[in-house]
Design a protein around this ligand. Structure first.
Ligand SMILES: C[S@@+](CC[C@H](N)C(=O)[O-])C[C@H]1O[C@@H](n2cnc3c(N)ncnc32)[C@H](O)[C@@H]1O
Length: 269
Protein backbone atom coordinates (compact mmCIF):
# COMPACT_ATOMS: atom_id res chain seq x y z
CA UNK A 1 0.00 0.00 0.00
CA UNK A 2 1.46 3.38 -0.92
CA UNK A 3 1.93 6.33 1.46
CA UNK A 4 -1.28 8.02 0.37
CA UNK A 5 -3.42 4.99 1.12
CA UNK A 6 -1.62 4.38 4.41
CA UNK A 7 -2.40 7.94 5.51
CA UNK A 8 -6.02 7.48 4.41
CA UNK A 9 -6.33 4.21 6.30
CA UNK A 10 -5.00 5.83 9.47
CA UNK A 11 -7.59 8.58 9.10
CA UNK A 12 -10.42 6.06 8.62
CA UNK A 13 -9.31 4.15 11.72
CA UNK A 14 -9.51 7.38 13.68
CA UNK A 15 -12.87 8.32 12.12
CA UNK A 16 -14.32 4.92 12.96
CA UNK A 17 -13.88 5.75 16.66
CA UNK A 18 -15.49 9.15 16.16
CA UNK A 19 -18.27 7.92 13.86
CA UNK A 20 -19.53 5.16 16.09
CA UNK A 21 -20.37 7.82 18.70
CA UNK A 22 -21.92 10.24 16.20
CA UNK A 23 -25.60 11.10 15.82
CA UNK A 24 -25.07 10.92 12.03
CA UNK A 25 -24.52 7.15 12.25
CA UNK A 26 -26.92 6.70 15.23
CA UNK A 27 -25.52 3.32 16.14
CA UNK A 28 -28.00 2.90 19.01
CA UNK A 29 -30.88 3.49 16.60
CA UNK A 30 -29.44 1.00 14.13
CA UNK A 31 -29.07 -1.62 16.87
CA UNK A 32 -32.72 -1.03 17.75
CA UNK A 33 -33.69 -1.76 14.13
CA UNK A 34 -33.71 1.70 12.52
CA UNK A 35 -33.04 1.66 8.80
CA UNK A 36 -29.79 2.95 7.38
CA UNK A 37 -30.40 2.72 3.67
CA UNK A 38 -31.85 5.68 1.80
CA UNK A 39 -34.70 5.93 -0.67
CA UNK A 40 -32.47 6.16 -3.78
CA UNK A 41 -30.64 2.85 -3.33
CA UNK A 42 -33.66 1.09 -1.84
CA UNK A 43 -35.78 1.96 -4.88
CA UNK A 44 -33.10 1.35 -7.47
CA UNK A 45 -31.45 -1.82 -6.15
CA UNK A 46 -34.84 -3.31 -5.29
CA UNK A 47 -35.42 -6.74 -3.81
CA UNK A 48 -32.20 -8.36 -2.56
CA UNK A 49 -33.78 -11.37 -0.87
CA UNK A 50 -31.47 -14.38 -1.29
CA UNK A 51 -28.98 -12.47 -3.45
CA UNK A 52 -25.26 -12.41 -2.76
CA UNK A 53 -24.02 -8.85 -2.26
CA UNK A 54 -20.44 -7.60 -2.06
CA UNK A 55 -20.19 -4.17 -0.40
CA UNK A 56 -16.96 -2.36 -1.31
CA UNK A 57 -15.64 0.28 1.16
CA UNK A 58 -18.30 -0.70 3.70
CA UNK A 59 -16.90 1.44 6.58
CA UNK A 60 -18.13 -0.26 9.78
CA UNK A 61 -20.77 -2.25 8.00
CA UNK A 62 -24.06 -0.60 8.91
CA UNK A 63 -25.28 -0.48 5.30
CA UNK A 64 -23.93 -3.97 4.67
CA UNK A 65 -25.93 -5.26 7.64
CA UNK A 66 -28.97 -3.25 6.54
CA UNK A 67 -28.92 -5.16 3.22
CA UNK A 68 -28.60 -8.39 5.22
CA UNK A 69 -31.67 -7.41 7.25
CA UNK A 70 -33.45 -7.30 3.87
CA UNK A 71 -32.42 -10.85 3.07
CA UNK A 72 -29.16 -10.40 1.13
CA UNK A 73 -26.23 -12.71 1.77
CA UNK A 74 -23.62 -10.05 2.44
CA UNK A 75 -19.86 -9.60 2.32
CA UNK A 76 -18.32 -6.28 3.33
CA UNK A 77 -14.81 -5.03 2.57
CA UNK A 78 -12.90 -2.10 4.01
CA UNK A 79 -9.21 -1.42 4.58
CA UNK A 80 -9.66 0.06 8.07
CA UNK A 81 -8.97 -2.63 10.71
CA UNK A 82 -11.00 -0.68 13.27
CA UNK A 83 -13.97 -0.37 10.92
CA UNK A 84 -13.94 -4.08 10.09
CA UNK A 85 -13.55 -5.09 13.76
CA UNK A 86 -16.60 -2.97 14.61
CA UNK A 87 -18.57 -4.33 11.63
CA UNK A 88 -17.82 -7.90 12.75
CA UNK A 89 -18.83 -7.17 16.34
CA UNK A 90 -22.11 -5.58 15.17
CA UNK A 91 -22.82 -8.64 13.07
CA UNK A 92 -22.15 -10.90 16.07
CA UNK A 93 -24.04 -8.78 18.63
CA UNK A 94 -27.09 -8.34 16.40
CA UNK A 95 -26.95 -11.91 15.05
CA UNK A 96 -27.03 -10.64 11.48
CA UNK A 97 -25.00 -13.03 9.32
CA UNK A 98 -22.26 -11.31 7.32
CA UNK A 99 -18.68 -11.83 6.24
CA UNK A 100 -16.25 -8.96 6.59
CA UNK A 101 -12.79 -8.67 5.07
CA UNK A 102 -10.17 -6.13 6.07
CA UNK A 103 -8.42 -5.40 2.79
CA UNK A 104 -7.39 -2.65 0.44
CA UNK A 105 -9.86 -3.16 -2.41
CA UNK A 106 -6.91 -3.24 -4.83
CA UNK A 107 -5.58 -6.30 -2.97
CA UNK A 108 -8.92 -7.99 -2.47
CA UNK A 109 -8.32 -10.85 -4.91
CA UNK A 110 -5.52 -12.02 -2.59
CA UNK A 111 -8.03 -12.77 0.19
CA UNK A 112 -11.53 -13.12 -1.31
CA UNK A 113 -12.60 -15.74 -3.82
CA UNK A 114 -16.13 -15.68 -5.17
CA UNK A 115 -18.69 -14.12 -7.48
CA UNK A 116 -21.71 -12.08 -6.48
CA UNK A 117 -25.16 -11.14 -7.80
CA UNK A 118 -24.64 -7.53 -6.71
CA UNK A 119 -21.56 -5.40 -6.11
CA UNK A 120 -22.61 -2.31 -4.15
CA UNK A 121 -20.79 0.84 -3.05
CA UNK A 122 -22.05 4.21 -1.81
CA UNK A 123 -21.68 7.76 -0.50
CA UNK A 124 -18.12 9.00 -0.28
CA UNK A 125 -16.08 6.19 -1.81
CA UNK A 126 -14.60 7.33 -5.13
CA UNK A 127 -12.44 10.18 -3.92
CA UNK A 128 -10.37 7.74 -1.82
CA UNK A 129 -9.42 5.69 -4.88
CA UNK A 130 -6.22 6.39 -6.83
CA UNK A 131 -7.05 4.20 -9.84
CA UNK A 132 -10.53 3.86 -11.39
CA UNK A 133 -9.67 1.52 -14.30
CA UNK A 134 -8.41 -1.09 -11.76
CA UNK A 135 -11.53 -0.45 -9.65
CA UNK A 136 -13.70 -1.20 -12.71
CA UNK A 137 -11.81 -4.44 -13.37
CA UNK A 138 -12.20 -5.48 -9.72
CA UNK A 139 -15.97 -4.96 -9.90
CA UNK A 140 -16.21 -6.99 -13.12
CA UNK A 141 -14.06 -9.71 -11.55
CA UNK A 142 -16.46 -10.13 -8.61
CA UNK A 143 -19.72 -10.08 -10.58
CA UNK A 144 -21.46 -13.23 -11.72
CA UNK A 145 -22.46 -13.17 -15.39
CA UNK A 146 -25.72 -11.19 -15.41
CA UNK A 147 -24.93 -9.62 -12.02
CA UNK A 148 -25.23 -5.89 -11.34
CA UNK A 149 -22.92 -3.22 -10.05
CA UNK A 150 -24.67 -0.35 -8.28
CA UNK A 151 -23.22 2.91 -6.96
CA UNK A 152 -24.84 5.98 -5.39
CA UNK A 153 -22.27 8.68 -4.83
CA UNK A 154 -21.50 12.38 -4.54
CA UNK A 155 -21.82 14.02 -7.95
CA UNK A 156 -18.46 15.41 -9.17
CA UNK A 157 -20.17 18.59 -10.41
CA UNK A 158 -20.83 20.22 -7.03
CA UNK A 159 -17.21 19.75 -5.94
CA UNK A 160 -16.26 22.40 -8.50
CA UNK A 161 -18.07 25.02 -6.40
CA UNK A 162 -17.16 26.64 -3.11
CA UNK A 163 -19.81 28.25 -0.87
CA UNK A 164 -19.73 32.03 -0.52
CA UNK A 165 -21.63 34.54 1.66
CA UNK A 166 -25.27 35.28 0.83
CA UNK A 167 -26.10 31.70 -0.19
CA UNK A 168 -23.88 31.92 -3.25
CA UNK A 169 -21.37 29.48 -4.66
CA UNK A 170 -18.61 29.98 -7.16
CA UNK A 171 -16.74 27.65 -9.53
CA UNK A 172 -13.20 27.47 -8.12
CA UNK A 173 -11.97 23.91 -8.66
CA UNK A 174 -11.34 21.79 -11.71
CA UNK A 175 -13.97 19.23 -12.63
CA UNK A 176 -11.31 16.97 -14.12
CA UNK A 177 -9.10 14.25 -12.69
CA UNK A 178 -5.46 14.73 -11.77
CA UNK A 179 -3.21 11.81 -10.84
CA UNK A 180 -1.73 13.97 -8.09
CA UNK A 181 -4.05 13.80 -5.10
CA UNK A 182 -5.22 16.74 -3.09
CA UNK A 183 -3.78 16.78 0.46
CA UNK A 184 -6.41 17.56 3.06
CA UNK A 185 -5.70 18.28 6.71
CA UNK A 186 -8.95 18.36 8.59
CA UNK A 187 -10.57 17.72 11.93
CA UNK A 188 -13.42 15.25 12.09
CA UNK A 189 -15.58 14.50 9.08
CA UNK A 190 -18.99 14.71 7.43
CA UNK A 191 -20.43 12.78 10.38
CA UNK A 192 -18.92 14.80 13.23
CA UNK A 193 -19.46 18.41 12.12
CA UNK A 194 -15.70 18.60 11.62
CA UNK A 195 -14.95 18.26 15.30
CA UNK A 196 -12.31 15.85 16.59
CA UNK A 197 -8.65 15.22 16.08
CA UNK A 198 -6.88 16.63 13.03
CA UNK A 199 -5.65 14.17 10.40
CA UNK A 200 -4.25 14.15 6.89
CA UNK A 201 -5.79 12.40 3.91
CA UNK A 202 -5.39 12.37 0.14
CA UNK A 203 -8.24 12.52 -2.34
CA UNK A 204 -8.67 12.28 -6.09
CA UNK A 205 -11.43 13.85 -8.16
CA UNK A 206 -13.11 12.02 -11.01
CA UNK A 207 -15.48 13.20 -13.69
CA UNK A 208 -18.63 11.21 -14.44
CA UNK A 209 -16.93 10.17 -17.69
CA UNK A 210 -14.03 8.65 -15.73
CA UNK A 211 -16.47 6.50 -13.73
CA UNK A 212 -18.48 5.38 -16.74
CA UNK A 213 -15.44 4.65 -18.89
CA UNK A 214 -13.77 2.59 -16.13
CA UNK A 215 -16.85 0.36 -16.05
CA UNK A 216 -17.22 0.16 -19.84
CA UNK A 217 -13.53 -0.70 -20.21
CA UNK A 218 -14.05 -3.53 -17.72
CA UNK A 219 -16.75 -5.00 -19.98
CA UNK A 220 -19.84 -3.87 -18.05
CA UNK A 221 -22.98 -2.52 -19.72
CA UNK A 222 -24.32 0.72 -18.23
CA UNK A 223 -28.06 0.39 -17.56
CA UNK A 224 -28.80 3.80 -16.08
CA UNK A 225 -27.22 6.96 -14.78
CA UNK A 226 -29.41 9.18 -12.60
CA UNK A 227 -28.54 12.62 -11.21
CA UNK A 228 -30.18 14.22 -8.18
CA UNK A 229 -30.42 17.91 -7.12
CA UNK A 230 -30.12 16.98 -3.43
CA UNK A 231 -27.57 15.49 -1.05
CA UNK A 232 -27.48 13.14 1.91
CA UNK A 233 -26.04 15.91 4.07
CA UNK A 234 -25.43 19.65 3.79
CA UNK A 235 -22.68 20.15 1.21
CA UNK A 236 -22.93 23.93 1.53
CA UNK A 237 -23.80 25.57 4.87
CA UNK A 238 -26.97 27.14 3.49
CA UNK A 239 -28.56 23.90 2.26
CA UNK A 240 -31.89 23.01 3.83
CA UNK A 241 -33.08 19.58 4.93
CA UNK A 242 -36.49 18.54 3.65
CA UNK A 243 -39.03 16.35 5.41
CA UNK A 244 -37.80 13.50 3.23
CA UNK A 245 -34.34 13.82 4.85
CA UNK A 246 -32.54 15.08 1.71
CA UNK A 247 -30.61 18.37 1.72
CA UNK A 248 -31.33 20.92 -1.02
CA UNK A 249 -30.22 24.39 -2.04
CA UNK A 250 -32.63 27.15 -0.95
CA UNK A 251 -35.77 27.34 -3.11
CA UNK A 252 -34.49 30.11 -5.43
CA UNK A 253 -31.48 27.96 -6.38
CA UNK A 254 -32.94 24.48 -6.16
CA UNK A 255 -32.16 22.29 -9.14
CA UNK A 256 -29.21 24.35 -10.42
CA UNK A 257 -26.60 21.65 -9.88
CA UNK A 258 -26.61 17.93 -9.06
CA UNK A 259 -25.34 16.66 -5.70
CA UNK A 260 -25.67 12.91 -6.16
CA UNK A 261 -25.60 10.39 -8.98
CA UNK A 262 -26.50 6.73 -9.12
CA UNK A 263 -25.47 4.23 -11.75
CA UNK A 264 -26.22 0.61 -12.50
CA UNK A 265 -24.07 -1.55 -14.76
CA UNK A 266 -24.44 -5.20 -15.65
CA UNK A 267 -21.92 -7.90 -16.47
CA UNK A 268 -23.09 -9.56 -19.68
CA UNK A 269 -24.61 -13.01 -19.11
C1 LIG B 1 -17.03 7.59 3.27
S1 LIG B 1 -16.68 5.98 3.85
C2 LIG B 1 -18.02 5.07 3.19
C3 LIG B 1 -19.21 5.39 3.99
C4 LIG B 1 -20.32 4.41 3.83
N1 LIG B 1 -21.00 4.60 2.59
C5 LIG B 1 -21.22 4.63 5.00
O1 LIG B 1 -22.15 5.43 4.89
O2 LIG B 1 -20.94 4.09 6.06
C6 LIG B 1 -15.34 5.44 2.83
C7 LIG B 1 -14.76 4.11 3.29
O3 LIG B 1 -13.84 3.69 2.28
C8 LIG B 1 -12.79 2.98 2.93
N2 LIG B 1 -11.66 2.94 1.99
C9 LIG B 1 -11.01 3.99 1.45
N3 LIG B 1 -10.06 3.56 0.59
C10 LIG B 1 -10.12 2.19 0.59
C11 LIG B 1 -9.39 1.18 -0.07
N4 LIG B 1 -8.40 1.46 -0.93
N5 LIG B 1 -9.73 -0.11 0.16
C12 LIG B 1 -10.73 -0.42 1.03
N6 LIG B 1 -11.44 0.50 1.70
C13 LIG B 1 -11.14 1.80 1.49
C14 LIG B 1 -12.56 3.77 4.22
O4 LIG B 1 -11.91 3.00 5.22
C15 LIG B 1 -13.99 4.17 4.60
O5 LIG B 1 -14.54 3.26 5.53
Amino acid sequence: MNDYLQANRKRWDQLTDEHQASSFYDLAGFKAGKDRLRSIELTEVGNVQGKTLLHLQCHFGMDTLAWARRGAVVTGVDFSPKAIALAQSLSDDLSIPAQFYCSDIYKLTEVLVGAFDIVFTSYGVLHGLPDLPSWGKLIAHYLKPGGIFYIVEDHPMFRVFRPKPHDEFKAERSYFHSDTPQRIEATGSYATDNEGESSVSYVWDYSLGDVINALIAAGLHIEFLHEFPYAARAKFPFMVQGEDGWWRLPAHQHGIIPFLFSLQARKPA
